[in-house]
Design a protein around this ligand. Structure first.
Ligand SMILES: NC(=O)c1ccc[n+]([C@@H]2O[C@H](COP(=O)([O-])OP(=O)(O)OC[C@H]3O[C@@H](n4cnc5c(N)ncnc54)[C@H](OP(=O)(O)O)[C@@H]3O)[C@@H](O)[C@H]2O)c1
Length: 339
């Protein structure tokens, strides 16, 4: 066996001599099924990188992949059992070794990436194909900040790409403290759009610092009182309904939600509202992970986007991290430090 630190062994055998700590689950289920295991370090195959993971996030996508819910997730994350026994869909760290044929990456490069179907990144090391969304980190970011620019930002880019809003137009973001909502506010503000946001009152200052002009307390329903109409309402936490938001929307306003809504109505309404040709509902299917991360990295590099970090958990506390994420109370990104 080859060890990349001591130089002993043979990476062609598929693993290195040393072991690493990683999360492990025997199948789909709640956070309680997670344990920590020692596994051999995988060796990078052709076109792959071995990355020493310095930070990963624990997010709502990880929770869906952990539980296999909604059921359709299993067709992407593995059926009948998960493809990766380790959880985690994003990472930031250093390239430790490169596989045959890799160009553009070298050992010690600082990289980050995301695959919303799972990467097994809740581990000290991972192997990832360079065909996936793996990018060099912006210089001034910490590893934790880099993973704060992945999952939520990816969905925000994908949702907002489906609407055309111009500088000066008005958008309401419901859920301004979520990973998706906090990213959406910054992306819209960078385009010169006037953004208002609904968020917990104690986080109003944070949300305004991200670019929101006016904030509404999420414990109240003041945002549903009609005023100047919104060209788009983006519910980033999936807590509203199109019907309730219609009075605050412009005649040709667009409604987007990150959730399916009661009885999956946000899957049906796009078709019916398109026929009616007035206010519309759009439910985008996210794609193009690499393109999304590149566009967010450009915003980071020009100082128009920053990661919102809630708190950091050690790998041993991964169950607690998942429970906290599933409480629906996080602010931005929860980070896992693999140690
Ligand atoms: N469609 C997709 O492809 C997709 C992908 C990923 C995630 N999602 C879904 O998108 C949603 C958001 O994910 P996320 O990670 O961004 O959320 P998150 O970070 O878990 O959002 C939690 C934050 O939202 C706040 N919040 C909760 N209810 C609110 C409300 N009614 N109004 C305003 N703020 C509220 C919470 O504040 P409090 O603590 O005060 O409640 C908390 O600060 C989740 O439901 C997730 O399942 C969808």
């Amino acid at each position: 066996m080859h060890c990349f630190e001591c130089g002993i062994g043979d990476p062609a055998a598929g693993t290195y001599a040393r072991t690493v700590r990683t999360t492990h689950r025997p199948g789909y289920g709640p956070p309680e099924i997670l344990s920590i295991r020692d596994q051999p370090i995988p060796a990078p195959g052709p076109g792959e990188l071995l990355v020493r993971v310095r930070a990963a996030s624990v997010n709502r996508t990880d929770s869906g992949v952990l539980r296999g819910k909604p059921f359709i997730f299993r067709f992407f994350a593995g059926f009948p059992n998960p493809r990766f026994s380790a959880t985690g869909c994003d990472f930031a760290g250093e390239v430790e070794a490169v596989g045959a044929g890799v160009t553009g990456f070298s050992p010690s490069d600082r990289v980050y990436g995301l695959d919303d179907t799972g990467l097994g990144s809740h581990a000290q090391y991972l192997v990832v194909s360079t065909a996936k969304a793996v990018l060099h980190m912006p210089e001034r970011l910490t590893y934790a900040e880099a993973v704060g620019c992945t999952e939520g930002a990816y969905y925000a880019v994908n949702f907002l790409n489906k609407v055309t809003v111009s500088p000066g137009q008005r958008v309401l973001v419901i859920g301004g403290t979520g990973a998706i909502g906090s990213a959406a506010i910054q992306i819209l503000a960078a385009q010169g759009v006037r953004v208002d946001a609904v968020c917990p009152a104690e986080h109003a200052e944070l949300v305004r610092s991200l670019g929101a002009t006016e904030t509404f307390d999420s414990a109240r329903r003041d945002h549903l009182v009609p005023g100047d109409p919104y060209d788009a309402v983006f519910d980033a936490v999936g807590k509203s309904r199109f019907h309730d938001c219609r009075p605050i929307m412009a005649a040709h306003g667009v409604y987007l939600s990150s959730e399916l809504g009661p009885r999956g109505e946000n899957l049906v309404l796009p078709a019916t509202t398109r026929v009616a040709r007035g206010q519309r509902v759009i439910f985008p299917i996210p794609r193009n992970v690499r393109g999304s991360l590149v566009s967010v990295r450009e915003l980071v590099e020009r100082g128009a986007f920053r990661a919102v970090i809630d708190r950091t958990y050690a790998l041993d506390d991964v169950q607690d991290a998942f429970r906290y994420v599933e409480s629906g109370q996080k602010v931005g990104t929860v980070v896992l430090d693999p140690g």
